[in-house]
Design a protein around this ligand. Sequence first.
Ligand SMILES: Nc1ncnc2c1ncn2[C@@H]1O[C@H](COP(=O)(O)OP(=O)(O)OP(=O)(O)O)[C@@H](O)[C@H]1O
Ligand SMILES: [Mg+2]
Length: 715
Amino acid sequence: MSCFAFAVLCPIRQDAAYFGLFGVLFAAAVGVSTGNNWCRALAKLLLPPELYRHLRHSGVLSDTLLPNGWEWNLFVNRLTAAVVVVLLMQLGINFAPTAESIRVTLEWRDLRYTVPVGRRRQRTSKTILEGLSAVLPPGRLLAIMGPTGCGKSSLVNALAGRLPAGGSLEGEVLVNGLPRGRGFKSITAYVMQDDVLFPNLTVFETMEFAARMRLPPSVSAAEKAARVEAVINELGLAKCRDTYIGSAFVRGVSGGERKRVNVGVELLSNPQLLLLDEPTSGLDAFQAQNVMESLQNLAQGGRSVVATIHQPRSSIYSLFDMLLVLSEGRDMYYGPAGEAVAWFESCGFACPAHYNPADFFADIVAIDHRSPAAEEASKARIALLVDRFNQRQQQQREAEQAAAVPAEDQAAMEKINDRPSFPNPLPTEFSLLLRRAWKQQSRDRLPQVITLVQTLVLGFVLAALFSDIPTTLAGAQDELGVLFMSCMFNTMASIFASLNTFPAEAGIIQRERISKAYHVSPYYVARFLCDLPLRVAQSLLFGVIVYWIVGLKGTAAAFFIFCALTILLALASQALGVAVSAACPSEKVAFAVAPGITVILMLFAGFLVTYESIPAWLRWICYLSHLYYAFMGLTINNFRGSSEWSCNTSATPGCAGASGDAILTRLGFEGKGVWEPFVGLACLALGYNLAGYAVLRFSKQKFIPLTASTAKKRA
Ligand SMILES: Nc1ncnc2c1ncn2[C@@H]1O[C@H](COP(=O)(O)OP(=O)(O)OP(=O)(O)O)[C@@H](O)[C@H]1O
Ligand SMILES: [Mg+2]
């Protein structure tokens, strides 16, 4: 009964089977056990973590599940409550606590980041961060400064947990005294140096999508809209609200506006910790000031903000609460920005009057490579500053240990770590992604125009070449050529369309996935559906032109079968393009690999080399080639039952001509129904799509995990 209820009530979720299984075992466990903890442990083991957390937070799976042992009515109540919770979850109602009001104390201890350098035998390791430690209290704007290559971006990435795999990271990063848990991403905004946004959406649409996708359904639509407006105004984006983001091909917002949109997208989820890498790079002084003032406002509102910055002007410098100066991956100063000048002065390096402190620090912590003497002098100066700072930190550490993180902040973080990872249920994710993909795609006119014009041109060229096919054996060969070319055109056009469009959005998807904005499955399906009309239009247009001008089998049924097969072929090819694109490390590699794969599949299509002529041990490749099934289908459709193809006896004396079925026999397609290639092609289209999905799902960028520092491990 409970099994049935769970399975029926959750049909739109992928894990219906899970629910069914849970229902059976839940009932059985409660029935045989008087110890209720048993039940809860079982539920934890069997349920998807998200559902388990919702049930726990809603009180359904409390410690005293059935307080007085087995009672039917209590059990039914609990079960009904569980069903209601699941239903409400489907409607997007969140039972877990939200992150709105948490204050974040960020601490890092002895962070050490090393990367391997050099090739093979000469491989050594390079230390980029050399044991950095600091505590950032809530409501502060911390600026990380230092010469280029000193490790600023590496530090921000290490704090965000986004250092690319390949090196090793040791130390500790604590949020409110706790190691970064699953809730860390939901309270953190991470703004990268390079902005990645959809070029064909307006500023407002970009923001609106981010708000809908990243905020849980417990935030009402009106609140989401209000937040979008607030962020647009806060970041001074009102005047470009309806301007496209733009790209190299589409005129859009300015560089500064683009940067602010990027920051804004992250701000919409109301993060309590902001980690920004060079938020002002590429901006003029005025825009840089605006962005930094916005960040200061956010910090004053209680958020913790960490931003790397290159040579800020004095007015920007005065906005910082805290300052971290790095040189060669080492701490040179960490503390209140207002005390930095006095600190360096106490070390013997006084900032001249009317001098921008930021410029002064940049000068004294940089290594001067102009001459060996200058290099030595600057290294000695840095060593002295590092030494002095280490002494200061030693003293400060004792004071910091006394000022522990407030217990309520720590408890709030614990709750957030217990929250579900994705803010929205799958149906909401799907509808939002479908809308965005459709807008982006329908406005990206150039590839569509190119596809359709190319289809027209190629269709007419092919039709002109084969417009007058005789009913001789040579004519049959020409028709086979037309059918093969139809397969090739639909394959190439679709694969390369995917290779062209997919990499452009891969960066955005990667970023959104890392932020746990949505699952891959709704993204993949939405993308497939948005590509569908163009693929169908392309195949139909090509079919209409070529089929009738060339004069292939003249029945309506044969024409529709031709179109259906070429559409299926195009869809399979599109999926193959996505799979190749997602599996390759770069666009260039994908473009190099795709033609090779296409040629192999083409060789096994059954036209250039017939199935019978392919060595037996290689024939299995035919069954992986969508071109094989498509060509087989088109050929059977065109030649089965067709009348005699005559022979030009003056050219080839003794030639007897052949029926359509005889031609099919020669190609190795005898005895096959037209449904067979349909099924094969449909299975391959599905298989390629599953492969594309799987590659995308598992090609998530890998980051270095944080390990305890070696010193600690040894201890
Ligand atoms: N994966 C890596 N392999 C080798 N060297 C690396 C790697 N990552 C970073 N580095 C090196 O580490 C140093 C610090 O890099 P990082 O990007 O953190 O510097 P930065 O302070 O942000 O510089 P900039 O101000 O120019 O952005 C640089 O010398 C860089 O070349
Ligand atoms: Mg950098």
